[in-house]
Design a protein around this ligand. Structure first.
Ligand code: GLU
Length: 509
């Protein structure tokens, strides 16, 4: 493999469904990989068995698939660096942990959970609430740095439970350059001796993550800001192994719409928008709604997500995935948290719906409403007329039900304001005109309508709203000439005749 071939990974833990922030991380990784003709890897980080959630891995795979973020290597795809699921790589981590012990960079610790709790409690009593296992406290704990060598050996032989901890150096400045944040400097006195490996045979996130990134030849680690505090430890681990560290890019947090704090899974349904790509139901039966089931197009969802933290530096806001690949750079990802904007999210969906072909929308309409029996061509024409007024495919039916059924109710405001004493008579005359139009197409209807107004010396407002009311039952909508042409002469005339009576009756009430 050539040295500078870009290899990036998205490494979710299956501890729950993928939050939209996670999808954005996956997207940025994908865009960066494609932009540099590199490889995008999906790796499932499932070493923490206590946090395993049934169905979460399937959820992640399915959500990425819906978005169109396709890994080049991963659990279901394969690749030369597999397996891509940490639980299937379990055996390989122990020698690495032991290597660090041999090098004096890590040590065995035998303290039991009870002993650790006791230490913490004691520290709390002494007004030191944040007790840590670190360069100061380790000397009074039970570990291979304090116990005699033969005792350590005996305990290991005995199969006593242990963990391997990283021996955090004292008072060193760890520096690394983050592509998004610039130089980050952290003093090791603020860091603790993290557990790397547990005697249950499982590495912790930190060890597995570093070993995998190294052995999978990852060149850039692009992940959420919440991992920034772990980065100094990761840099030190690379140093301890004598490996080159990948480049880091920590993406900004997604914030609540008012900017106050991190966007959480509870915000979504509370504020009326999804925070998950697809629906998710917890084992306890709690339901969280997803973008897919809410009717969003994956392209709109991704486009919106890309702009939460990135901008292309131009006015362009609509980007296909391919265009995003072209325009993307980590240098243009901001370090400030990105406020989620529900209106903007809807706006993106509207733009994508408008840009979709009528044929595609008609197909989706049929999928969502299998009872529709109209020919595809008819449905496509309905979509053409309705898409300027819709955000979701379902709006086409909800707002345009009159394309499928005669109206059964009539807009009250139009009825009160536009249905005058002479309106029924005008409509009857207009029916007579319509009867004569042949072919019954939109421009012929429009022509005839214009001459009708002139002859009758009426303004549009005296005729058009009433015409619309009779055909659609509504006060607003697309062109009446297009609507009646699409419904056809017979339906148009039939509806008008029947509804003149009904509207007159309603008016009389
Ligand atoms: N498994 C971590 C997560 O769930 C990955 C962090 C990283 O990308 O290093 O987000």
């Amino acid at each position: 493999m050539s040295e500078n071939k870009v290899r990036v990974r998205f490494a979710p833990s299956p501890t729950g469904p993928l939050h939209m922030g996670g999808v954005r991380t996956a997207l940025y990784n994908y865009l960066f990989a494609k932009k540099h003709n590199g490889t995008f890897i999906l790796r499932i980080e499932d070493t923490d068995q206590t946090r395993f959630v049934e169905g979460a891995e399937e959820y992640i795979l399915d959500a990425l698939k819906w978005c169109g973020i396709t890994p080049d290597e991963g659990p279901n795809v394969g690749g030369e660096y597999g397996p891509y699921k940490q639980s299937s790589r379990k055996e390989m981590y122990k020698p690495y942990a032991e290597e660090l012990v041999q090098k004096g960079k890590a040590y065995y610790a035998f303290d039991t959970a009870e002993e650790l709790t006791e230490m913490r409690d004691q520290a709390k009593k002494m007004k030191m609430p944040n007790w840590q296992y670190n360069g100061v406290t380790r000397s009074s704990m039970k570990n291979s740095l304090t116990l005699p060598e033969d005792e350590v050996e005996r305990r290991l032989q005995n199969g006593d439970p242990y963990v391997i901890r990283f021996k955090m150096p004292r008072n060193e400045d760890v520096r690394f350059e983050d592509i998004i944040r610039g130089w980050v400097v952290v003093n090791t006195n603020n860091l603790d001796d993290k557990v790397l490996y547990k005697s249950d045979g499982m590495p912790t996130y930190h060890l597995a993550n570093i070993v995998d990134d190294h052995t999978m030849e990852i060149t850039h680690v692009i992940r959420g800001e919440e991992w920034l505090p772990s980065a100094p430890l990761h840099v030190l681990l690379y140093e301890a192994f004598g490996w080159n560290a990948p480049k880091f890019a920590h993406c900004p947090l997604l914030l609540k719409p008012d900017g106050n704090g991190k966007l959480s899974k509870r915000d979504g349904d509370r504020l009326g928008f999804p925070v998950f790509p697809t629906d998710w139901t917890t084992a306890e039966g709690e339901k969280y709604s997803g973008y897919r089931e809410n009717g969003y197009f994956p392209g709109a969802f991704l486009n919106m997500l890309a702009f939460l933290g990135w901008n292309p530096g131009t006015e362009q806001e609509i980007f296909s995935l391919e265009e995003m690949v072209e325009a993307f750079s980590l240098e243009r990802v901001s370090k400030a948290g990105a406020k989620f904007d529900a209106d903007k999210t809807k706006w993106y969906q509207q733009q994508y719906l408008r840009a979709a072909s009528n044929e595609k929308l008609a197909q989706m309409l049929k999928e969502e409403n299998p009872e529709l029996s109209q020919p595809d061509e008819y449905l496509a024409s309905v979509c053409e007329l309705m898409k300027e007024r819709a955000t979701f495919v379902r709006d086409i039916i909800d707002e345009g039900d009159y394309f499928f059924n005669a109206p059964t109710s009539f807009d009250d405001k139009t009825l009160r304001k536009k249905w005058k004493d002479d309106t029924a008579e005008i409509m009857t005359e207009w029916i007579n005109r319509l009867e004569k139009i042949d072919p019954f197409d939109a421009s012929a209807i429009e022509q005839s309508f214009k001459s009708f107004l002139e002859e009758k010396e009426k303004g549009i407002g005296a005729v058009l709203p009433a015409f619309r009311l009779l055909i659609t039952g509504k006060g607003m909508g697309p062109s009446m000439f297009e609507i009646s042409a699409l419904l056809g002469k017979e339906t148009t005339l039939e509806r008008m005749k029947i509804n003149i009576e009904r509207v007159n009756e309603l008016k009389a009430i």
